[in-house]
Design a protein. Structure first.
Lengths: 328, 243
């Protein structure tokens, strides 16, 4: 535990000083995007990683998170930030509505149902002029007040995202240690056995979905605040959901730090491959991502965190800890 | 009566897996269910535990009608079960597995951990409490399942072939554990294929064949009934053919 605590402290220090060490627009932007991807993947991780309910439709919550603040600006010229609570509430309502019917389904059927709902919402948004149709929505072109959170540099976004990520990880850490965390892991391992031990499976799945949806909406809002624009393809598409899954799975689904580890590897890789392949061939990036998914599924479903855990188990234990264990 | 099942029937399409099975279990009893494969024991077990809703008939537990109640409601009322194929939570440690059960009566993490530690000690798994369930062999998994359900503090324990797949030495240990649990005041219904186990543990035996109960009574009497010999045993246990 002590070693892990030091590791987390080290990681926190690295994250805080990153923009001070790696200055320059590209590095700062990459840093902010890594944190944003980590927030989205951590949010997905609550439902997909801990509870084992593989949602492939989380883009619906991300998209709502992105659209509602921009809609608040377009309709009433409010700072987009003011629309974030409404985005969270709307995501919770949607999560409740889809949670009841879809949680009757298990495994691949649940995943397919989430894809269907997310695609349905994307198509509706793409054809609904009230929310900008296929063109999407814009945020304020220039910063009117500080509440617009419109900055030229990526550094303020970086620290904003870092704060939100700290909250998401803090909640997840607390969840991991609570009854709900144990129940979610039990549900993931075997619903029938969990129910036989008194776990109200559907209720806890719904709790996980609500928490996950709320944080995913926040991630979508942060995206809209930073980019200042959202259209159906950029926030509601299937690839947005796939991104969250790959990031969490590479790092380690069902682990606290896995999504951050996955984001730290995949986001720079994506930016790099996008720059190589160019905008016209950005789909090739997803061929690379597909390869990564196959490698994870075939060789290490536990992701990089599981590899780290195995390597750590090979290290000789500290003598004091061994003595303490024997004494116990 | 702690458990009362009346005329429980379960159909799967046109196939009747269980036909009008009755069972009454008083507090403190240990009852064995036996029968050949496909006789309806597990279907009956699943109907008692809430995993399957009977097509007709009723199940009452602790004075409540639980015929259509979910398995988690059964657990809350004090009915615990194990599975024929151990369903341990593979990526969780032994202690964490047991804590999932302990949370039912102890919502706080510390209290659940303390309760789980006590159960793990009681079933003799304290040395491996931090080992992952994935790394346990069949005896360890079976024992862990029992530990996990004990942590729910059940009044009635349904053991579904808890000794299957164990070697003779492990069976002796498992029988000792079941006796110890029963002596602790927990009522037990056990499905088992190993006749010696049933004969040494159960106070009453119920024999299933082709979805029906064909005999019930004291073990020594039941195993001599011609219908049981014909359907299940193949020969009298008193006149065991030479090996």
């Amino acid at each position: 535990m002590k070693g892990r605590g030091l590791l987390y402290l080290g990681a926190a220090i690295v994250l805080v000083v990153y923009p001070l060490v790696f200055s320059g627009a590209f590095a700062e932007r990459i840093g902010a995007l890594v944190l944003l991807a980590a927030i989205g993947a951590s949010a997905w991780n609550i439902l997909g990683g801990y509870a084992g309910q593989i949602s492939v439709g989380h883009a619906m919550f991300y998209g709502i998170g992105a659209y509602v603040p921009l809609l608040a600006y377009r309709l009433w010229e409010l700072p987009p930030l003011a629309g974030v609570p409404a985005a969270i509430v709307l995501s919770l309502v949607l999560a409740t509505l889809i949670g009841f019917p879809t949680f009757r389904l298990v495994g691949h059927y649940f995943s397919m149902a989430t894809i269907a709902v997310a695609e349905l919402i994307r198509i509706v948004v793409s054809n609904w002029d009230f929310v900008g149709g296929a063109i999407g929505l814009m945020g304020p072109a220039t910063s009117r007040t500080v509440f617009d959170l419109s900055f030229k540099s990526s550094v303020p976004y970086y620290y904003l995202f870092l704060g939100v990520l700290a909250v998401v990880l803090g909640v997840t850490w607390q969840l991991e240690r609570s009854r709900m965390g144990y129940y979610l892991r039990a549900i993931k391992a075997g619903e029938r056995a969990a129910r036989s031990l008194g776990v109200p499976v559907r209720r806890y799945k719904l709790f996980a979905l609500l928490l996950s949806a709320a944080f995913t909406a926040v991630a979508g809002s942060l995206y809209a605040l930073m980019i200042g624009f959202a259209d159906p393809d950029s926030v509601f598409s299937l690839l947005v959901s796939v991104d969250m899954i790959i990031v969490a799975a590479l790092g380690g689904a069902g682990t606290l730090a896995g999504p951050l580890v996955g984001a730290a590897i995949l986001v720079p890789l994506r930016e790099y491959t996008n720059s190589i392949f160019g905008g016209g061939n950005s789909g090739l990036t997803y061929i690379l991502f597909g390869g990564i998914i196959m490698l994870i599924a075939r060789f290490e479903p536990g992701g990089l965190m599981e590899i780290g855990r195995r390597l750590a188990a090979l290290l000789p234990r500290a003598p004091r800890r061994e003595v303490r264990r024997r004494a116990a | 009566m702690l458990l009362e099942a009346r005329r429980v029937t379960r159909d799967f399409g046109a196939f009747r897996a269980l036909a009008e099975a009755d069972l009454t279990v008083a507090e403190g009893e240990m009852i064995g269910l036996i029968g050949p494969n496909g006789a309806g024991k597990s279907t009956f077990f699943n109907c008692l535990a809430g995993d399957l809703a009977p097509t007709s008939g009723s199940v009452h537990f602790a004075g409540r009608d639980v015929t259509r109640a979910a398995p988690e409601a059964h657990a809350r009322l004090g009915m615990g079960r194990t599975f024929q194929v151990p369903a341990t939570f593979e990526d969780m440690s032994v202690l964490e597995n047991v804590m999932v059960g302990a949370f039912l009566r102890h919502p706080g993490r510390r209290a659940a951990r303390e309760a789980a530690e006590a159960v793990v000690e009681r079933v003799g798994m304290a040395d491996i409490r931090h080992a992952r369930a994935r790394g346990l062999g069949t005896p360890g998994r079976k024992r862990l399942e029992i530990a996990r359900v004990l942590a729910t503090e059940p009044k009635l324990l349904l053991l579904d072939e808890a000794l299957a797949g164990l070697n003779p030495a492990e069976i002796v240990r498992a029988i000792e554990l079941v006796r110890q649990i029963h002596a602790g005041g927990i009522t037990i219904v056990i499905v088992e294929h190993i006749m010696e186990v049933i004969l040494s543990l159960a106070q009453r035996v119920i024999v299933f064949n082709q979805g029906r109960i064909i005999a019930s009574g004291k073990p020594a009497d039941v195993v001599e009934e011609p219908a049981v010999v014909e359907a299940y045993l193949g020969h009298s246990l008193k006149r065991r053919p030479p090996r």
